[in-house]
Design a protein around this ligand. Structure first.
Ligand code: MN
Length: 199
């Protein structure tokens, strides 16, 4: 059973969907906290293509929608809109969300793995929850397509709490020549592409 705080945090998620109609997962069965928190990036061909970037933080998947997807080039700033927290069972969800449902379209697990929170303030580590509240989070991703550090920073140029920027940190995993969003559209779990889930 989800704890009440988890239920509260997922209230928006549940309010937006009818899970019996959408086929999306609703819980966190058998997904107690792993040694390292997990992340997923889902390629979601909905009304508009975007990439849902989700980080496991305190029992839910804190989520952003990134229209252009993540870059491996530190000079590229990718706009990211914070969206509702998702349940942990969403980590490996892929398939088709039928027409008439919120987010109707197709979803593949574009990348998945674990991450480490690298956020510091004045030389001291900052918890992921505090980093979110402060509007700056730095994580080290260990995925299949993406590795290395990424920074998520609340955008100050908009009067909107939900506008963030996702930027690759300049480190040994940075690579201006790679463009995995373009060259590797497939699921890292099944090798499928979005089209494979279409009607
Ligand atoms: Mn989405």
């Amino acid at each position: 059973m989800p704890s009440s705080s988890e239920r509260e945090r997922l209230a928006t998620y549940h309010a937006k969907r009818d899970l019996r109609a959408s086929g999306e997962p609703g819980g966190s069965a058998g997904r107690g906290a792993a040694d390292e928190p997990r992340f997923v990036i889902q390629r979601h061909e909905a009304r508009r293509l975007h990439y849902d970037f989700r980080l496991e933080i305190d029992g839910v998947l804190v989520s952003w929608a990134v229209p252009r997807g993540p870059s491996t080039d530190p000079s590229e700033k990718r706009f990211a809109t914070r969206t509702e927290d998702h349940p942990l069972d969403y980590l490996d969800f892929e398939g088709r969300i039928p027409r008439g449902n919120y987010g109707a379209g197709t979803v593949v697990v574009w990348d998945i793995g674990t991450y480490r929170n690298l956020t510091e303030r004045r030389g001291r580590p900052v918890s992921a929850a505090d980093a979110l509240a402060n509007g700056h989070l730095k994580v080290w991703l260990s995925g299949h397509k993406l590795t290395g550090a990424y920074a998520l920073t609340r955008a100050r140029f908009r009067d909107d709490e939900d506008s963030w920027l996702l930027v690759k940190v300049a480190d040994e995993a940075a690579d201006r020549r790679r463009d995995p969003v373009r060259t590797q559209p497939e699921s890292v779990l099944t090798g499928k592409v979005n089209k494979d889930f279409e009607d």
